[in-house]
Design a protein around this ligand. Structure first.
Ligand SMILES: C[S@@+](CC[C@H](N)C(=O)[O-])C[C@H]1O[C@@H](n2cnc3c(N)ncnc32)[C@H](O)[C@@H]1O
Length: 281
């Protein structure tokens, strides 16, 4: 305990248990993200940057700003508390099953409509959506009507996703053939950067969307990727979200979730196709 208090005193700003509780409640209210007790240090370091930026000297005054300034700071607050870790072809087996089993099955099943709708829900900086788009473009005939909605709550990462420009060292997961076909290397001032091809960008719409609020979409989806997003939510929020995914999926539509997530005791509306890939029952 004594040691704990020392750590608190050594911090640039005082951060009490009460501050932590108020702020994590606010995080939960706005994002659905549940911060457990051991996330104190993480929340401190992410928000200390905001206190400095706003020239504030305490977390309680920061909390007041969040309550009072009409949502202006709320955007920065939300952007600071989300975890946006992602990569091209992350969990590579999903893209194998997509290209080899699921898209061929949908090509048969949807041959009359020739239309596919895909949602990357919690797309972070866009790598997931671009990876899906590469596989789709390789497998689905170009005359099919295919659209990918890629959404996230964090406006800063969405900006990056829309741009489609990445540092060269972010491209590791992309095979040499795909790099050659879908990625242009920058030259001159853009050396070291990689641009995603326009052809992929054209089929993706990046939109800000809070998964725990109402969704503006009218139509249904054939595929939903929601990977490494619900891991931050409590079980009840997860369960509601999976039910809503089932509602907005086509019959026998597919849901992809992250490697450490599962639907056990959360919904009965899907059956498992293979590791973390589900089909709407
Ligand atoms: C760890 S990233 C996962 C990115 C990608 N799906 C992947 O697996 O590589 C989680 C993303 O979920 C987003 N997120 C968190 N809460 C959200 C919410 N309530 N609504 C929409 N997106 C949310 C975060 O902003 C973050 O970009």
């Amino acid at each position: 305990m004594i040691h704990h208090e020392k750590v608190l005193l050594n911090r640039e700003f005082t951060f009490t248990q009460h501050d932590f509780n108020l702020l994590r409640e606010l995080v939960n209210h706005h994002t659905g993200i549940h911060l457990s007790e051991h996330k104190q240090e993480m929340l401190y370091s992410r928000l200390a940057r905001r206190l400095r930026a706003l020239n504030l000297n305490s977390f309680s005054s920061y909390y007041q700003v969040l309550l009072e300034n009409d949502g202006e700071e709320l955007v920065n607050f939300i952007n600071a508390v989300t975890t946006n870790l992602t990569a091209f072809f992350r969990e590579a087996h999903h893209f194998e099953v997509l290209g080899k089993i699921i898209l061929p099955e949908l090509l048969e099943r949807k041959q009359e409509q020739q239309r596919l709708r895909i949602w990357s829900a919690g797309c972070a900086s866009g790598e997931e959506a671009y990876s899906i788009a590469m596989v789709v473009k390789e497998v689905v005939p170009s005359y099919w009507d295919v659209k990918i909605l890629a959404s996230d709550l964090d406006s800063a990462v969405l900006e990056k996703a829309r741009l489609g420009i990445y540092e060269g060292d972010r491209l590791e997961g992309i095979s040499p053939e795909r790099l050659h076909r879908w990625v242009k290397r920058g030259i001159g001032g853009q050396a070291g950067k990689a641009h995603i091809s326009k052809e992929l960008q054209e089929i993706i719409s990046f939109r800000q969307l809070n998964l725990i609020h109402a969704w503006p979409m009218r139509g249904t989806f054939d595929l939903i990727f929601c990977r490494n997003v619900v891991i931050y939510f409590d079980k009840n929020t997860q369960s509601i979200l999976f039910e809503r995914f089932a509602d907005i999926l086509e019959p026998e539509g597919y849901l992809f979730i992250g490697h450490s997530e599962n639907l056990f005791q959360l919904t009965e509306r899907f059956h498992l196709l293979q590791q973390t890939v589900y089909v709407k029952a």
